[in-house]
Design a protein around this ligand. Sequence first.
Ligand code: NAP
Length: 248
Amino acid sequence: MKLLEGKTVIVTGASRGIGKGIAEKMAEAGAHVAFTYRSSSDKALVLEKALKEKGVKAKAYQSDAADFEQAQELVKQVLEDFGQVDILINNAGITKDNLLMRMREEDFDEVIRVNLKSVFNMTKAVLRPMMKQRKGSIINISSVVGVRGNAGQANYAASKAGIIGFSKSVAQELGSRNIRCNVVAPGFIETEMTSALDEKILEEWKKQIPLRRTGTPEDVANACIFLASDLSDYVTGQVLLVDGGMVM
Ligand code: NAP
């Protein structure tokens, strides 16, 4: 039997990058996959088809994770379509980098809304079904930047550090209901989010990574498989860095 057979997972922001990698791994592990995207409809439909070909149920939903009402509506819809939600992976995220001197108020607010408020929205939305099932695993994607900060990313770092505090609180509140909540903090993963960085900066980053390479969406997805499955039944409130040893 596959590790996640019979389970249903919601992954936010899975039309590309890390979210897509997570959705694929979840399906390979036997989970039915409901996933969201914001605007990449074509990519989402291609992924939906590819996931179904792995022999699981899969459906793409256009839903803004930063919008409270949309998050509630999404989970309602997923429950109608799939019948249950066992795993939630809050992956949707954006960057709007700038030095603090030049950072606009709206760039701060938007990053907090999409990266942090979305985690609140989605976690609230799955609480009731998970409490009813007396079981659930919530995995929130933070970043090494949320652990150690980064010049030029004060808004992003604040949102990702906020995710860690939020997740530890949820783990404490809901542990007695057998709902676990953990954080995966990726390091440097090659996706569209990081593709804008110039080659020189990339080489500098690599020098700081003990494993001397950037990570892949699959590296992050593998950590999620562990935290989503019963293999981690006694693990909650933890921050798992998937960063080639960059921060230790
Ligand atoms: P990405 O390639 O830019 O993909 C972002 C995904 O999130 C897309 O599917 C996008 O949908 C979706 N999205 C954005 N805003 C959304 C919203 N409001 N509601 C729903 N979906 C939304 O990013 P990534 O590199 O894969 O990053 C994924 C997560 O990992 C983020 O939380 C990021 O902060 C975190 N992370 C990334 C790295 C890295 O090195 N790449 C490192 C540490 C942490 P559309 O395609 O429709 O826009």
